[in-house]
Design a protein around this ligand. Sequence first.
Ligand code: ADP
Length: 376
Amino acid sequence: MVQSKLSVKNDPFNNWKLLEALMNVVPIGMTYISPSLRVEYANPAIKQYHGFNSGLELIGKTLDQIFPPHAMDFILPIFNATLNGETVSFLGRADEKGGLVLNDDNFAKTYYFQTTYIPHLAEDDQVLGVIIIIEEITSLKRAELELTEQNAYLERFAHMLAHDLKEPVRTVKTYGDILSSKLVGRINQQETRFLNYMVDSSQRLYSFIEGLRTFNAIGSDELTYGEINLNTILEGAKEDLRLHIQENYAKIDAEALPIVRANSVLMHQLFQNLLSNAIKYSREEVAPQVHFSFEEQETYYLIGIKDNGIGIREEDKEVIFNLFSRLKTNKETTGTGLGLSLCKKIVESHKGKIWVESEVGKGSTFYFTLPKYTVN
Ligand code: ADP
């Protein structure tokens, strides 16, 4: 199929035969335009972009015979920039008939094209013509737009959860606490148990909403980063978990940890979640022992939290970091399945990685990295 009036003698590309064979089959539209705006070459794929039956129909036409005036107003400055030696890429939009759309927000009817104008330079850098490459990316672009919309919806939903649900739940918990203390000795054992269930559940729901709120906030501009001493963070997490540690007879020791550039609230949450899990998922009759290790590598810090708990099966090692995932273990524990997904999001928002190594029945070590920063 000959698509061009260009011959081997008048060959702007060199190796014209090979190039032409290639351009006849690629799904990307390609045209070669002379400085006087004439189409010198158009490959077969271009027809889908302009509503012509083949690329041949384009050859010999000038751009203003192909595009309406409003589209020419858009194209000409780009064309002229390319004649001055510039390569220009832009996202073009067109309607069903191939007409360029400039101000139409009805994306269901719009087709998207990744378009690049490239100058064809002679050896002395003189521009001989313009190569235009057009790739239709409509389905990709529509998927991207739909995803953006879905994300915005999810964000609004999470925001609603975090803010609007928090207050009523807090009220239930507060009045539940007041009732519990006022009714001591006046209600029987079963009624006390029911009341406790209510207060515990509202507390869990409150923590869950708080967790979701933090999850949502990570990566947003609300957070500030500074130089954080991880030893202080660990002490803070231990203090917050004092009861949990005491009740489980947990022993915790740590190597000296570094100073890192991080958000202190998130680091606190990370240490607290990992330490709390290391204690919570301990083996029956075996007091939890938790060791925080630290290694300095060339570009990052490596921190490990090793426990002697129930361990995690090979096939669960990645799943546990997913949002709301909880494993069925024979250990009865309460939780939301938010903790480790929060840890992952926190570490990744600090440009680090998190993973676990484990042996069932022996224990697990959660590792995370944080990039190194010079502390002045
Ligand atoms: P939660 O503790 O609320 O269930 P997480 O996201 O913190 O949620 O943990 C997800 C799951 O990973 C837990 O349900 C548990 O099965 C497993 N897990 C987490 N930490 C440990 C650990 N240190 N040892 C064994 N299993 C763990």
